[in-house]
Design a protein around this ligand. Structure first.
Ligand SMILES: [Zn+2]
Ligand SMILES: [Zn+2]
Ligand SMILES: [Zn+2]
Length: 234
């Protein structure tokens, strides 16, 4: 839980704007990463403010460049970079705090309403997708270029990770897999239980093809005798 740098009031989850004094808080990278601004000016523009994004180095496992807007503090990650940052930042989580996850999932307010924004790279409208199970964060994603997080959302996702959100996601994944396997097994048994096509002959109903009772006594001797008779009849 983050607090406002100006008045110390608790900040709403997933938001950088204080409800009490209205000041904007730079919480996403504070205490989360050491980062340096990169000399390189990015060609990419902020989908919220329309100004150029600044390339910064998060120094996660060496050089790790992402883009950031100085104005709204939104962040742009290339594909899979966000996951990598979360993995590197939040470690040693072994338990799922279900009540915390429930509150994280329900309290996300955000500073923007439901709106579609353009990819900073290709300018096509991005998709709004739920990030993870019960994170409460809807991220804007361009399938080709990456993910946009509004200010405060990275912090929110870190809280989600710490509460075991990733573990919950994996747990759901395993459960889903088990359900699918059980359904496949049931389907296999259903197919196996069906009679083979044209399976009328050769069943063991106790009658021969002409409806008479089958002869069970000494079939071997019977065979030998008939073979012998055939032999001498030649
Ligand atoms: Zn405040
Ligand atoms: Zn911006
Ligand atoms: Zn794009």
């Amino acid at each position: 839980m983050a607090n406002c740098a100006n008045c110390s009031a608790p900040l709403p989850d997933g938001s950088i704007r204080c409800n009490y004094c209205g000041s904007r808080n730079d919480i996403d990278l504070k205490g989360v990463h050491y980062y340096t601004t990169h000399e390189l000016e990015s060609e990419r523009t902020c989908p919220r403010c329309g100004i150029g994004l600044r390339t910064i180095d998060l120094k996660v496992n060496g050089t790790f460049l992402i883009e950031r807007c100085d104005e709204c503090l939104g962040l742009f990650f290339d594909p899979n970079e966000l996951e990598a940052v979360l993995e590197a930042t939040v470690t040693n989580v072994f338990a799922i705090d279900r009540s915390r996850l429930d509150s994280i999932n329900s309290t996300k307010s955000g500073d923007y309403g439901i709106s579609y924004i353009k990819c900073p790279v290709c300018r096509n409208l991005m998709n709004r997708v739920n990030f993870g199970t019960k994170s409460g964060v809807i991220v804007d994603r361009c399938r080709e270029h990456g993910v946009w997080l509004d200010g405060g959302e990275l912090r929110h996702l870190c809280e989600w990770m710490k509460a075991g959100g990733k573990l919950l996601q994996q747990e759901r994944f395993v459960q889903q897999k088990q359900i699918e396997e059980r359904e496949q097994e049931r389907e296999k048994r259903r197919i196996a239980a069906q009679p083979p096509p044209g399976g009328v002959y050769g069943d063991d109903s106790g009658f021969d093809l002409f409806g008479g009772p089958l002869r069970h006594s000494d079939p071997d001797l019977f065979d030998i005798v008939t073979s012998a008779i055939r032999f001498f009849m030649k």
